[in-house]
Design a protein around this ligand. Structure first.
Ligand SMILES: [Zn+2]
Length: 103
């Protein structure tokens, strides 16, 4: 099946939105083994389609997500204390990068 969206590819592969790169690797290894044209069970067309889907899903699971704590800004407000309540400090979760990766 020709798909161009990661969510469609995820659905075909029966994977969740929060699939980890490791889970994808395992799923791909299994599928590749079954579909590879060198195998008796192989299917060149299905294998090529699966390769495209794998690419889409891989980009999806390895995408960068904005940090949950600072929402991508890299900075959080200091705790309200002694009148300095609006100072920003580097985010404690992402260290000021603003991004959360799946690794
Ligand atoms: Zn952060």
């Amino acid at each position: 099946m020709q798909v161009d969206r990661p969510d469609a590819a995820l659905a075909i592969w029966r994977l969740d939105d929060d699939t980890t790169p490791e889970q994808l690797k395992a799923a791909w290894r299994e599928l590749r083994t079954v579909l590879h044209p060198d195998r008796p069970s192989g299917d060149a067309g299905a294998f090529a389609a699966a390769e495209r889907q794998h690419k889409l899903i891989k980009a999806w699971v390895e995408r960068e997500r904005p940090c949950k704590l600072c929402n991508g800004s890299g900075k959080i407000a200091t705790p309200s204390r002694g009148g300095f309540h609006n100072l920003l400090m580097p985010c404690l979760l992402c260290g000021g990068v603003g991004k959360e990766t799946s690794t």
